[in-house]
Design a binder for this molecule. Structure first.
Ligand SMILES: *[C@@H]1O[C@H](CO)[C@@H](O)[C@H](O)[C@H]1NC(C)=O
Ligand SMILES: *[C@@H]1O[C@H](CO)[C@@H](O)[C@H](O)[C@H]1NC(C)=O
Ligand SMILES: *[C@@H]1O[C@H](CO)[C@@H](O)[C@H](O)[C@H]1NC(C)=O
Ligand SMILES: *[C@@H]1O[C@H](CO)[C@@H](O)[C@H](O)[C@H]1NC(C)=O
Ligand SMILES: *[C@@H]1O[C@H](CO)[C@@H](O)[C@H](O)[C@H]1NC(C)=O
Ligand SMILES: *[C@@H]1O[C@H](CO)[C@@H](O)[C@H](O)[C@H]1NC(C)=O
Ligand SMILES: *[C@@H]1O[C@H](CO)[C@@H](O)[C@H](O)[C@H]1NC(C)=O
Ligand SMILES: *[C@@H]1O[C@H](CO)[C@@H](O)[C@H](O)[C@H]1NC(C)=O
Ligand SMILES: *[C@@H]1O[C@H](CO)[C@@H](O)[C@H](O)[C@H]1NC(C)=O
Length: 469
């Protein structure tokens, strides 16, 4: 097996690993879908009052159906019953906190934020543990204070923070409007004379398990739109994120120290990464994602300031990226430690993406290049990355960039059926390759000349297994 460092498992082992990743994902999805469905409640069957309740959007019933066909009403807690005005002007924070307190402290509760109303709320710290699993039905719109000075900065630096809850569903078809404009103007990325400091995340989940987030729109967040940190078992579906292309650091979904995550049918257009996955995260699956504008889908950054970071098993299956700065990216800082191992990027369409496939083991977004640690005495190890069926157009000539480290080359990269043409059409797209090891299968364009074709002998069962099992 030419080209492989002796310390790494052979490519066949990797192909079997790919098979194992797929099985692991299947198991994970089954568990997530079942456990998060138990926290939710939708049913289309006819139901008696009070299971019909105006203010809920179609498809939600404030009752759970029991196995014998009877209905148990949830304990509905409407923020309006706690004095919320929902006129977009009155500060409804206290009413929300009171309503949360009641919801969290009683069994089978639904916190109801009615449709067609707009609630101005300051920082909400929605903390558990709760008496049982909780549903938050966001049917209306939540509005953040527009003045940065008015938003109470808090632990977690989030506008809305859910923490220490087991069994939480946030859904309802409503909107979270972060009104980030004035925060963006204060960003040092926008104006060099501003001091660099963090702005709040719109919606953060911290230490939440068995979490479902669906049918929500998050717009114009001061900084990151959604963060999952230290969570386990997360099902995200039908979420939309919207912020202008030039809004600084407004990542769509940021996943940190969180395991077993499924993100489906969601679209993100922002000024930063659509999805970013950082240290401590494992078993992450993104399916049917629409991304753009923005910086694409990123694993990392990892290893900043010499830190020891780990990410394992990330699958992106089905994505369309339009006009983004990157497509699928793995970014690590020089002089870091740890590993990013086991990634499958497949069935992805790139439309005018500047760097469709990129590994950057010398990532640095520091304002002062001297802090970029380019000595490269160590690196975050990158291994077992499978790019399969990735097609479309590159906005730059260099469609594939494998900028790997000399001290820790990228190993076991596998490209299969890639076709990325330069949008301007006047010449063939190209590949940049440094310190990368692995193989090519099927037809790969632009040609990745630093990697040999997979020996024919291996193009048998193992490869087929990797693709379809
Ligand atoms: C909310 O507004 C929509 C559109 O104006 C209207 O069709 C719907 O009946 C309203 N729903 C409620 C519960 O007021
Ligand atoms: C929450 O409700 C409980 C009783 O229902 C009450 O004792 C407690 O003071 C409330 N806490 C807050 C923060 O309102
Ligand atoms: C911010 O927090 C302080 C202290 O907790 C409180 O007195 C003040 O009312 C809060 N401001 C807003 C706008 O919620
Ligand atoms: C940048 O910030 C400085 C200081 O806050 C301000 O005086 C200047 O007008 C800003 N420039 C732009 C282009 O907004
Ligand atoms: C994703 O979208 C498809 C097609 O509209 C739909 O069939 C499926 O139920 C959706 N999945 C989720 C989890 O909403
Ligand atoms: C993909 O997600 C979008 C929403 O972003 C949805 O409209 C579409 O039906 C989904 N397609 C599939 C095949 O699930
Ligand atoms: C492609 O992207 C480039 C740079 O991102 C942009 O200038 C150009 O207008 C885009 N082309 C199309 C056809 O959208
Ligand atoms: C790089 O190495 C030189 C010489 O060993 C050392 O002086 C310098 O501090 C190192 N720089 C960084 C950023 O680690
Ligand atoms: C472009 O790529 C095609 C297919 O690999 C090859 O046949 C052709 O010679 C290339 N053209 C140039 C100008 O390199």
């Amino acid at each position: 097996m030419a080209g492989l460092a002796s310390t790494d498992p052979g490519i066949l082992t990797f192909l079997f690993h790919v098979t194992a990743f797929r099985r692991r994902m299947m198991m994970m999805m089954m568990v997530i879908i079942i456990t998060t469905a138990m926290c939710s409640s939708s049913s289309e069957a006819a139901r008696p009052w009070p299971c019909e309740f105006e203010g809920f959007q179609d498809g939600f019933s404030p009752c759970s159906s029991d196995s014998d066909g009877s209905w148990t009403p949830f304990n509905v807690v409407n923020v309006d019953w706690h004095g919320a005005k929902g006129d977009g002007v009155t500060d409804d924070t206290q009413a929300f906190m009171d309503a949360w307190n009641e919801t969290c402290s009683s069994e089978s509760s639904v916190l109801m934020i009615p449709v067609n109303k707009t609630y101005l709320v300051n920082h909400l710290e929605l903390r558990g543990p709760c008496a049982s699993s909780v549903v938050v039905e966001v049917a209306g719109t939540l509005l953040a204070p527009s003045e940065p000075s008015a938003l109470n900065n808090s632990h977690g630096n989030a506008w809305i923070l859910f923490s220490y809850i087991n069994g939480l569903t946030v859904e309802g078809g409503g909107t979270l409007d972060g009104r980030g404009q004035q925060w963006w103007d204060l960003s040092c990325k926008r104006n060099k004379s501003n001091k660099c400091k963090d702005a709040p995340t719109t919606l953060r989940f911290s230490y939440v398990t068995n979490l479902k987030v669906s049918d929500l729109m998050s717009r114009d967040s001061p900084q990151v739109h959604l963060i999952f940190s230290n969570c386990y078992g997360v099902d995200v579906a039908n979420v939309q994120v919207q912020a202008p292309e030039d809004s600084p650091n407004t990542d769509g979904i940021h996943i940190a120290a969180t395991q077993n995550v499924l993100v489906r049918n969601s679209s993100m257009g922002t000024g930063d990464d659509c999805v970013s996955i950082v240290s401590g995260s494992a078993d992450i699956r993104l399916e049917n994602i629409t991304c753009g504008p923005g910086h694409g889908i990123s694993v990392g950054s990892l290893g900043k300031g010499g830190s020891n970071d780990f990410v394992s098993v990330v699958v992106v299956d089905g994505a369309v990226l339009t006009g983004t700065a990157n497509g699928v990216r793995i970014k690590t800082w020089a002089d870091g430690a740890g590993a990013a191992v086991g990634m499958i990027f497949e069935n992805i369409q790139m439309i005018n993406v500047s760097h469709p496939i990129i590994i950057d083991q010398r990532y640095c977004d520091s304002a002062s290049p001297s802090s970029c640690h380019t000595n490269e005495t160590s690196a975050v190890r990158i291994s077992q990355v499978y790019y399969r069926n990735i097609r479309g157009t590159s906005a730059t000539k260099q469609a594939i960039k494998l900028q790997c480290s000399q001290v820790s080359p990228c190993t076991n990269l596998l490209f299969e059926d890639v076709d990325l043409v330069w949008d301007m059409g006047s010449a063939n797209s190209t590949t940049f390759c440094e310190n990368a090891q692995g193989f090519l299968m099927g037809s790969v364009f632009p040609y990745v000349d630093c990697l040999p074709p997979l020996p024919e002998a291996d193009e048998g069962n193992a490869a087929r297994l990797a693709r379809y099992s």
